[in-house]
Design a binder for this molecule. Sequence first.
Ligand SMILES: Cc1cc2nc3c(=O)[nH]c(=O)nc-3n(C[C@H](O)[C@H](O)[C@H](O)COP(=O)(O)O)c2cc1C
Ligand SMILES: [Fe+2]
Ligand SMILES: [Fe+2]
Length: 401
Amino acid sequence: MQNIRRITDDVFYVGASDRRLALFENVYPIERGVSYNSYIVLDEKTVLLDTVDHSVSREFLENVEAALAGRALDYLVVNHMEPDHCSVIAELVLRYPGVKIVGNQKTVQMIKQFYSFDVDSRAYIVKDGDTLSTGKHSFTFVFAPMVHWPEVMVAFDSATGILFSADAFGTFGALSGNLYADEVEFEREWLDDARRYYINIVGKYGVQVTNTLKKAATLPIKMICPLHGPIWRENLGWFIGKYSTWAGYEPEEKGLLIVYSTIYGNTANAMDKLAALAAEKGVRNIHMYDASKTDVSVLVSECFRYSTIVFASPTYNAEIFPKMSMLITELKEHAFQNRDVAVVENGTWALSAGKKITESLEGMKNMRFLVPTISIKSSLKADQEGLLEELAAKAAESVNA
Ligand SMILES: Cc1cc2nc3c(=O)[nH]c(=O)nc-3n(C[C@H](O)[C@H](O)[C@H](O)COP(=O)(O)O)c2cc1C
Ligand SMILES: [Fe+2]
Ligand SMILES: [Fe+2]
């Protein structure tokens, strides 16, 4: 059954949601599902902007067919060649053999890598800033390299003020009828997923995202139509503001995040003590996670969120405990930077986790260590409480600064 949504008089949503998939990119848990957005414009020429993941291809193809209502498809704009958006291209070419595929040189190269149909005879190659007119609508293509992949571009339609923003401004989470961010409790129900999506998928490319935001700031954008999650037609500045904070590696909130690993509970016990001391020193926004219990994508996202972070880990076979090690590696891979941090290690015979975590953190930009590494030998002793007091005091200064 077709499930098309009208956005303006001739722009329609033809995407679909998947609540069955457990892991996006086979790595990120998506309890709330995900939507694969696609948009069709019925102008003098018909234009489809991106396709969808194969998991929702049936719904999508029905939507496209119904939206076209017997017309041919003239253009397929490929803003992003990742398979969650391009896996239906070959099928579309079979159904609409006259379609012109609009992309840049890199897009075309990637289509050839993924598919074996004749791309060259259908390719309509654009350069950064080029415009495609389809009647009333006129699409300007703005390259956004590495706002996920190198070929990414966004398309701005001057007739409607819609920015078709590819993965930018996307989020995990299936759409449940409400198509617009202003129709849902975005801050309460979606923001955590939006942050986790951004940080884990594109967090590494803050510089490129900032450059794209600068280019986009010159356009009279009225609506943002991303490839995942709700459409933005109100309060755009608020969400763009979130993006510039994340892309600039600025903490989103002043708050104390304590992430620990523990085998027998002694490190956890010490961190509970630290949290209590911090609370007594006036820190209000305190969040604690056991790294074994919470998915690393959430932990990475939480690290990007808060200003002040304590990492605590037992030594495990002369290394950092595996789940903590994964977090530190992921942070490094996402260009994490610019935070107040502290390290707590534990061990029974030869402690080395602290040194290894510290070395990794020192390799990141603008990391400020609140105190020297605190070393616990098996369990925290009364004479070490002063060290935690000092850390709690520094954390309070950092959070309440
Ligand atoms: C498989 C394994 C390997 C360990 N390797 C080390 C080690 O290399 N060096 C060390 O000092 N302690 C090592 N430990 C001991 C723990 O780090 C130590 O008991 C620590 O106090 C545990 O803290 P927890 O109570 O928070 O789990 C190891 C423990 C396990 C189970
Ligand atoms: Fe992508
Ligand atoms: Fe995507």
